[in-house]
Structure formats: C-alpha cells, structure tokens
Design a protein around this ligand. Structure first.
Ligand SMILES: *Cc1c(COP(=O)(O)O)cnc(C)c1O
Length: 438
C-alpha cells in the first residue's frame, strides 16, 4: 500500500480534508496507527478524539460483531431497536435530573447541534441563540450557523445568533480579568440589543477545544448558569470533543459545578463509529415528531459500539485513567515549557490538553508557522497530533482514554526533539506546501 497518500489524491476529493502532513494509515491498535510505510505512529489526536478507546479495542470489536451477526435493522426511524434503547437508558442514567428526559440519536456532532439549534427555537417559541466566538459546533449549514470559529468565516449565521467572547485567561493576563470582561459583555447585551426573554438557548463548550483548548475561569460557567436560570434560557453543553471521560470527569461541565438542560455527545461516543446523541428534558425533546431525521439515524451497530464505549469507560476506569495520565502528560508538557520558550502556556484538563506556541513570551504573538512545523516534524518522528485555536497556534492533545503512562512519556520525549528541531530551524518551511491545516 506504499504511496497511499498520492493515490488518494487521484481518487478522493479534498473537500473534507484538514491536512497537516502526508499521513496514510492501513491499520491501528491501541494508541498506535500503522502507516502504509509500516511505521508505528503514536496517536495523540485519536482522530480528533473520536477513537476514544484507541484503535481496535476488543470491547468495540465484540459489540460490533454481535450487533452485525443478528442485525436489528439499520435505523430507528420506523422501529424501536434494542441497542438504541439500551444506549438511551444508559445515557439517561449518566446525566443530571434536569436533563434526564429523552435521547435523540444522530451521526455526528454537527447533526446533533443543528438539531438542538432548531429544536430549542421551535420548542420554546424564542428566536435568539447565544454562543461563543471561536466555538466549533459543526460543519453542516445549521451547525455552522451557530458557531463562531474563524475557519467558518463565510458561513451564514442563524438570524437570532449573538456571539460573545470566550474567556481567554492567558490572553487576558488573568482568569479573573477574562471572566469579568465576558460577564460584563453579556450583562450589557441583555440590557440592550439581546432581551434575555427572547433567548432560547446558550450553547457552551465546557472547554473550548477547536478555539484553542481554552479552560474557563473558576466560577465562569456557574455565573452563566445563574443567568440562564434567571431568564429561562436553556443551557446546552456541547460535550462532543471533551465529554465522556476525557477531562478526568465523566462530563466536562462537571468541573464547573453546573447542570446543563441539554447535553450533546458525539466523537468519542462511538469509539470510532459515527453516532451522536442529544439528551434533554422530555417537553423539549418530544415537542414534535418527524422533526429531525436521517435514514440511518439510530443505527443498531453504531449504538452497540457506543454502549460498549460507555461500559468500557466504567469497567476499565477510564475516567480515572484520563485524570491520572493527563497529569503525567501535562507535567511533561510543563517541563518542556521550562526548557523551550516557544511554549507560552500549557492548559486543559485530563486528556484534553493544549500547548499554546508563541513567538516570544512577552508579546504572546502566536507562533502559527511554528505550530504547523511542529506537528509536521512530530509526524516525521512518529507522533500524530494537530493544532487548533483561532490563531492556529495551539498544539492539541486528545489521545485515546486508554493511553498508558509509558506512551504519555514517549510522546513527550518525541515532542522535546520536535521543539528543538523547530526552534533550531531544522524543519524546512517548504514541507508545509499543500498542508495549510486551518
Ligand atoms: C467536532 C465537534 C463538533 C462536530 O462534530 P462532527 O462529528 O465533526 O460533526 C461539534 N462540537 C464540538 C465541540 C466538536 O469538537
């Protein structure tokens, strides 16, 4: 299969590509992917967090095999199917009382967030939606319409959308300052152009991952929750990338001590298979029938995989593992930051970590090219990771939740060489031609 990357270019459209280096894989196991050249690549991206249990996890293989050997149809549109009911019951057992109503299943974070955006407006009769600048809620028309990520600048927004800044503690100099700026902005909007009684929902990312792995200041989302309750605004937590154990708690919103009304799951839920879920109050989730459906929604094979993911998170103590290995990885990154001033800030929770690269620590000027060169060099040295951030300068770490301590340390060792090579100018910028990332 050598030369797979070049063959792909002759057969597959680039429209879904978000490429950082010429990676082509033919297999994978655990935290490793197998390149078409036979190299074993340590995967610190896990396909943007989707491969939550790593690759070829036996529990998923077994669940998928079982679901396919006696297949309960292909969809839940016109029939109940057992894997979906079991998965819905399991998800309801994991959420707080106020969200414990009904579950909707989709294929992706995008169709889930799009469905929520339409649903909250239709169910409440309120026309406005609040979300954050820098937020990534999906890549379909309806999910881009409530997103604030600069990579989607041309996308049409829903008419009632208002974007507010996400608190950036590093850029603002302190978390307290970051929090106050944003809360003041929201109060001001509520007093002027955004009457809160017209707002149906506030979409939050409990950590803003694609916006730069921004961790909210203490008390920030508690204040948002208070505002939402006061004005009857539904609080929607988009847990698609950082939920289900990744942050060292089952739900990322738990770190903020809040209870959302509606919770959106995706990516890691399917452990590599396409499935998403929305969980919320019965009155909202059942406001209509035939409101948001695609033919193979509620696919029993994907649902069985998701149930296996949730059961494995519990049986293998992966929430605890994410917290423990996350600390190892974070300590390693902080040590690198002590030796390499290109790292301006290390942040995140559990195995949702980011390292912001800067040209110098005084100005905090983004090292965007440095980030692109770093992930390219990491790939050459056997480590897969990508960068995020509204200025494209935050290395993102979302490895499988099953990552071992030895694997975490190995990744940090590779990264040490990577940063040294980038800083010393040993990575030729020409390699980036054709890899514009985002
Ligand atoms: C990736 C992502 C989405 C979109 O999920 P897709 O599976 O790409 O449709 C939505 N929200 C967040 C926070 C994400 O990271």
């Amino acid at each position: 299969m050598f030369g797979l990357y070049a063959r792909e270019a002759r057969s597959i459209s680039r429209m879904a590509h978000l490429r950082f280096f010429p990676q082509a894989v033919v297999g994978g196991s655990g935290a490793y992917l197998t390149g078409d050249d036979g190299r074993q690549l340590l995967d610190f991206a896990a396909s943007w967090g989707a491969a939550s249990l790593g690759h070829s996890h036996p529990a998923i293989r077994e669940a998928v095999n079982r679901a396919l050997s006696d297949q309960a149809g292909a969809s839940y549109l016109s029939t109940a199917n057992e894997p979906c009911v079991l998965l819905a019951e399991k998800l309801l057992s994991l959420v707080p009382e106020r969200a414990r109503g009904r579950v909707w299943f989709g294929h992706s974070g995008s169709d889930a967030n799009e469905t929520v955006a339409r649903m909250v407006v239709a169910a409440t009769g309120r026309s406005r939606i609040l979300a954050f600048e820098g937020a990534y809620h999906g890549g379909t028309v309806g999910s881009m319409a409530i997103s604030g990520h600069p990579a989607q600048q041309g996308a049409v927004k829903v008419p009632g959308l208002t974007l507010v800044p996400y608190p950036d503690s590093y850029a603002s100099g302190s978390s307290e300052a970051a929090k106050e700026i944003v809360l003041a902005r929201i109060e001001e909007l509520f007093a002027t152009e955004v009457p809160p009684e017209e707002v149906a929902a506030f979409f939050i990312e409990p950590i803003q991952s694609d916006g730069g792995m921004l961790v909210p200041p203490d008390g920030f989302f508690k204040a948002i929750e208070t505002l939402c309750r006061r004005h009857g605004i539904l609080l929607v937590s988009d847990e698609v990338k950082v939920g289900l154990g990744r942050t060292g708690m089952m739900h990322a919103y738990e770190h903020s001590g809040i209870e959302p009304d509606i919770i959106v799951f995706g990516k890691g839920l399917g452990g590599g298979l396409p499935i998403s879920a929305v969980v919320g109050p019965e009155a909202i989730m059942n406001h209509a029938v035939a409101f948001s459906l695609q033919t193979v929604h509620g696919n029993p094979v994907c649902a069985a995989a998701a149930l296996a993911v949730l059961e494995t998170i519990e049986s293998e103590n992966l929430v605890e593992n994410a917290a423990r290995i996350g600390t190892v990885l974070r300590d390693g990154l902080e040590q690198l930051a002590r030796r390499h001033s290109i790292i301006g800030n290390v942040r995140g929770r559990g195995l949702a970590l980011g390292a912001e690269l800067v040209v110098d620590r005084e100005s905090r000027m983004p090292a965007s090219r440095g980030s692109a060169l770093a992930v390219y060099r990491a790939f050459e040295l056997g480590l897969v990771l990508y960068y995020v951030g509204v200025r494209s300068n935050v290395l993102e770490f979302t490895p499988p939740l099953t990552l071992s301590e030895a694997e975490a340390r190995k990744g940090v060792d590779i990264l040490e060489k990577v940063l040294a090579d980038v800083i010393a100018g040993r990575v030729n910028a020409d390699v980036l031609a054709g890899f514009q990332g985002w």
